[in-house]
Design a protein around this ligand. Structure first.
Ligand SMILES: NC(=O)N[C@@H](CC(=O)O)C(=O)O
Ligand SMILES: [Zn+2]
Ligand SMILES: [Zn+2]
Length: 344
C-alpha cells in the first residue's frame, strides 16, 4: 500500500465557529493539523485580545485532553480598532495576525472595515510591530461583477497597501484567480497567499451540475477552469509564498439549502486528504509537505511541527452528513469516494 509520511501540517485559515457547532467540527481539524489560524468572524466578532483569549480557552476546553492541537488566534479589524489593542495583541503571544474583512463581503463581515484609509494608523502600527495582516481580498462594490471582485481588490486596494506599507506582512487569503497567483509571485517576500482545497478541486461549473449546488457556494466564488489550473500550478510550484489554508467554513444544512444560502464549504473532515488528491493528480506529491507543513510556519516565523501524520492510499466513502451541534452539515464530496485516508 502506498503511504505518505508528512511532518504534521497546519491549517492557516480555519473557521471553527463556537459553542456546540465548534465542539462538533473541532476534532476533524485537530486530528489532521498541529495548529490552525482561527478566523475571528464570530457573532459578535473577536475584536479584542480579551475576546480572543476567551475564545481560545473555549477551543482548548473542547479538545480531547490528549490533543496537541494549538489554536492560533486572530483579531477582527474594524473601523474602531485601536493602536493600543494592536500592541496588546503583539505582546499577547497567542494573537498571530489581524484579519481584514471589507464590510459586507462575506459571512459575518458586517462589522468589517468600511474604508481602508480609516485603519491606516492601525496598519502602520502593525507594520512597525511586525504583526501580519490577513485579507479577505474582494471588493464589495455592487457594480463589480462577482467573478472580478478579487482582481479588482488587488488593483484598487492591495497594490496601494503594498506601496504604503512595504514592511507589512500580508496574506491574501483563499486566492482564486491567475491574477492573484501572479500578483503574489511578483510581490516582495512579505506577501503570501493561502489556497483552499476546494478552489484547487472545483471550477465554477460545480455550482450548477444538474441544478444549483448550494454546498459548492463559497466566497470568493469558484472561478473558471483556467484559474483553477493557475492555482494548482502555484500550490505545487514549491514557491514558499503559497501555503495551505482550508477556509473550511461549516454552516448548518438548512442555512445552506435556503432561498438565500450562506457562503462556505466544509472540508475539515478530509482536508489534507483532499490536498493529497490534488497534488497527486498534478504529479507533485513530493511537494505536498512543503506546502502543508513548511511554508506557513516559515512565513509566520513560527517553528515547524515536530510530529508526523501518515496518509494511506486507501479509498473510503465520505459520510452523507456530519453532526453540527443540534444540526447537521453537508461536507465536500458528500457520499463520494476519496482515495487518501489519514491513519488514525
Ligand atoms: N469562505 C466562505 O465562503 N465563508 C466564510 C467566510 C470567508 O472566509 O470569507 C465563512 O465564515 O463562512
Ligand atoms: Zn474570506
Ligand atoms: Zn474564511
Amino acid at each position: 500500500m502506498q503511504e505518505l509520511n508528512l511532518i504534521c501540517p497546519d491549517d492557516w485559515h480555519l473557521h471553527l465557529r463556537d459553542g456546540a457547532n465548534m465542539a462538533s467540527v473541532l476534532p476533524d481539524s485537530a486530528r489532521r493539523f498541529g495548529r490552525a489560524i482561527v478566523m475571528p468572524n464570530l457573532k459578535p466578532p473577536v475584536t479584542t485580545v480579551d475576546l480572543a483569549a476567551a475564545y481560545r480557552d473555549r477551543i482548548v476546553a473542547a479538545l480531547e485532553p490528549s490533543s496537541a492541537f494549538q489554536p492560533l488566534m486572530t483579531l477582527y479589524l474594524t473601523d474602531n480598532t485601536t493602536v493600543s489593542e494592536i500592541e496588546k495583541a503583539k505582546s499577547s503571544g497567542f494573537v498571530q495576525a489581524v484579519k481584514y474583512y471589507p464590510a459586507g463581503a462575506t459571512t459575518h463581515s458586517e462589522n468589517g472595515v468600511t474604508d481602508l484609509k480609516r485603519v491606516y494608523n492601525v496598519l502602520e502600527a502593525m507594520e512597525k510591530m511586525d504583526l501580519p495582516l490577513l485579507l479577505h481580498g474582494e471588493v464589495t462594490d455592487p457594480d463589480i461583477d462577482i467573478f472580478d471582485r478579487e482582481a479588482v481588490f488587488i488593483e484598487r486596494h492591495l497594490l496601494p497597501l503594498t506601496r504604503n506599507f512595504p514592511g507589512l506582512r500580508m496574506v491574501l487569503e483563499h486566492i482564486t484567480t491567475r491574477t492573484a497567483t501572479q500578483f503574489v509571485a511578483d510581490a516582495g517576500k512579505q506577501i503570501a497567499a493561502t489556497i483552499t482545497a476546494h478552489h484547487l478541486l472545483l471550477n465554477r461549473n460545480a455550482l450548477f451540475v444538474g441544478g444549483v449546488r448550494p454546498h459548492h457556494y463559497c466566497l470568493p466564488i469558484l472561478k473558471r477552469e483556467t484559474h483553477r489550473q493557475a492555482l494548482i500550478q502555484a500550490a505545487t510550484s514549491g514557491n514558499p509564498k503559497y501555503f495551505l489554508g482550508t477556509d473550511s467554513a461549516p454552516h448548518p444544512r438548512q442555512d445552506k439549502e435556503s432561498a438565500c444560502g450562506c457562503a462556505g464549504i466544509y472540508t475539515a473532515h478530509a482536508a489534507i486528504e483532499l490536498y493529497a488528491e490534488v497534488f497527486e493528480a498534478a504529479g507533485a506529491l513530493d511537494r505536498l509537505e512543503a506546502f502543508a507543513s513548511f511554508h506557513g510556519p516559515d512565513f509566520y516565523q513560527l517553528p515547524r511541527n515536530q510530529g508526523h501524520i501518515t496518509l494511506e492510499k486507501r479509498s473510503w466513502t465520505v459520510p452523507e452528513s456530519y453532526p453540527c451541534g443540534v444540526d447537521t452539515l453537508i461536507p465536500l464530496r458528500t457520499g463520494e469516494e476519496l482515495s487518501w485516508k489519514l491513519r488514525e
